[in-house]
Write a protein that binds this ligand. Structure first.
Ligand SMILES: Cc1cc2nc3c(=O)[nH]c(=O)nc-3n(C[C@H](O)[C@H](O)[C@H](O)COP(=O)(O)OP(=O)(O)OC[C@H]3O[C@@H](n4cnc5c(N)ncnc54)[C@H](O)[C@@H]3O)c2cc1C
Length: 334
């Protein structure tokens, strides 16, 4: 395979996985990011970073689940910080029909009763009668994973340029990973706002992502180490990343409090909102243009951490022998 010079534009999770993968394959890679501080302007820094293909299948097309299963293997192989500890899904007894629906829509889970929930998460002992355990799912801490990919890329020879928008410099291929910043070149791309709160509690210990189902607002709580947790949920069809509203914060914190009242004493460390880039079917794409000189990798929606490794692998296959057998190369439709 001939070695290419490649420009990767955008240092969110999508661009970092692209840069890392193609540098590992021996290509000459330049990574260009417009913000001067790494990760300051990307949606990726806000992610709960669950790598949860089974749970996401509850509302996503099967292709997301199938590719996500492949991604877990790639994360695990590459990144030592990948935590494969499963996901626990619970619901209060009055919302047990939501749990039944979740069970019907997903695979590779174990139905767990109160005693098993207590074993998995002792601090939830006695709080829920029934749940679902997805043992194969993983998560990472977003900021640590981003940092690791950047460092590892540099070690592999990736040249990084921060604080400037992309200008072509005669590369063979430009891989556009600008997230919502690429909207002008991708008319079908839309932004979906997501909000999250970072808290710290030394009174509740959870060892894996926990999803609490609720008819109005289901939430997830994802451990980040040192008593820190990301609480998130919202999917708002809006393209702004302005600060969170009081109502959103009350909803998220109220549901966390319902999961365990000790979260009421937690410290709020940060609140923030980001814009996820999405195509109409919420499936990401690698779109090849200019006879292969430009590849736009975008539309990861709520699955950037879940799918960035398989997107990078698919683009790698195309670069090495023109392969486009992955559904990720299909054009999105309105
Ligand atoms: C609250 C929340 C929770 C989430 N939780 C999860 C989760 O649990 N699991 C999961 O898989 N996904 C999750 N996501 C989704 C995930 O974060 C997104 O899919 C992902 O961040 C999109 O990554 P990206 O690299 O495509 O875009 P971004 O992270 O936005 O990165 C794009 C980068 O391109 C740069 N850029 C833009 N224009 C230019 C230019 N002209 N030149 C150079 N650089 C440019 C930007 O500055 C930015 O740094 C979550 C998202 C949110 C908001």
């Amino acid at each position: 395979m001939s070695k290419l010079s490649i420009a990767v534009v955008g240092a969110g999770i999508t661009g970092l996985w692209q840069a890392y993968t193609h540098a590992r394959a021996g290509h000459r890679v330049r990574l260009v990011e417009q913000s001067s501080e790494p990760f300051a302007a990307c949606a990726s820094r806000l992610a709960a970073a669950m790598i949860a293909p089974e749970c996401e299948a509850e509302g996503a097309p099967a292709v997301v689940r199938d590719l996500g299963r492949e991604s877990i293997v790639l994360w695990h192989k590459a990144y030592p910080g990948t935590i494969v500890n499963g996901t626990l899904v619970v619901a209060p007894p009055r919302d047990s029909s939501d749990l039944t629906r979740f069970e019907q829509m997903t695979e590779r889970h174990e139905v767990v009763a109160a005693h098993r929930i207590a074993k998995l998460e002792p601090d939830l002992s006695g709080r829920f009668e029934r749940g679902l355990f997805f043992p194969d799912e993983a998560h990472v801490v977003a900021t640590e994973a981003l940092e690791w990919l950047l460092c590892e890329g540099r070690t592999l020879g990736v040249a990084t340029e921060f604080g400037q928008p992309f200008k072509p410099s005669g590369e063979d291929v430009a891989i556009d990973c600008r997230g919502i910043g690429a909207r002008q070149d991708l008319p079908l791309l839309r932004g979906v706002r997501g909000e999250r709160i970072l808290i710290q509690s030394h009174d509740v210990g959870l060892s894996r992502p926990v999803r609490l189902l609720h008819p109005r607002q289901s939430i997830y709580i994802v451990p980040q180490g040192d008593g820190r947790y990301v609480i998130g949920a919202s999917l708002l069809e809006r393209e702004d990343d302005s600060p969170m509203t009081v109502k959103s914060a009350l909803d998220l914190l109220g549901t966390a409090y319902a999961l365990h009242p000790a979260f009421g004493e937690a410290a709020i460390l940060d609140m923030g909102a980001g814009v996820r880039p999405a195509f109409p079917d919420n499936v990401p794409r690698a779109l090849v243009e200019d006879g292969g000189r430009t590849i736009r990798v975008n539309g990861t929606y709520r699955h950037g951490f879940l799918l960035a490794p398989v997107l990078a692998q698919a683009v790698g296959g195309f670069l090495s022998d023109g392969r486009r057998d992955s559904p990720l190369f299909d054009s999105p439709r309105a």
